[in-house]
Write a protein that binds this ligand. Structure first.
Ligand SMILES: [Fe+2]
Ligand SMILES: [Fe+2]
Length: 151
């Protein structure tokens, strides 16, 4: 699988998690439940951001003449992770539900932008074999994480 296809498939998986989280938010009766949902999303986004940065953005950036094109994405990752952390941060009574909702909407827009910007750039810059090699590396990273978690 190409690295660009891995990006799209990760985003698709996360979008379906968001759908489930939004459904669970609708049924949640306490702030604690919302905070737990935000923690799940935060963990998944932290891992996804690390994977796409190491497996796609950094290798791509190393080949581009104009460096630093991915800085906007790194900054956004920090911003969204901070939004998700704020869901569980005092003071109590802060509207956890709407904070999480805003973060999920922003993340979906971020995925769209990444796909629109990074995929054409990667396909123009990498040789087809490199796209496949990076995709394999990303896939192995995911498999290794699953194996570690199962131990
Ligand atoms: Fe991202
Ligand atoms: Fe992404």
């Amino acid at each position: 699988m190409k690295v660009t296809e891995m990006l799209v498939s990760h985003h698709a998986m996360l979008r379906s998690v968001f759908k489930e989280v939004e459904r669970a938010m609708g049924e949640a009766e306490t702030t604690e439940v919302i905070v737990s949902l935000a923690k799940v999303v935060e963990g998944l986004i932290r891992d996804h951001a690390e994977a796409e940065s190491n497996m796609l953005f950094a290798p791509l950036d190393s080949l581009l003449l104009e460096k630093g094109q991915f800085q906007q994405f790194y900054t956004k990752h920090e911003e969204y992770l901070d939004m998700l952390e704020r869901v569980g941060r005092p003071p109590p009574g802060r509207d956890a539900r709407s904070l999480l909702s805003v973060a999920i909407t922003a993340l979906q827009r971020h995925f769209d932008v990444e796909e629109q910007v990074v995929i054409p750039l990667a396909e123009k810059t990498f040789e087809p074999e490199s796209l496949e090699k990076l995709g394999e590396a990303w896939l192995h990273r995911d498999t290794d994480l699953v194996t570690l978690a199962a131990r």
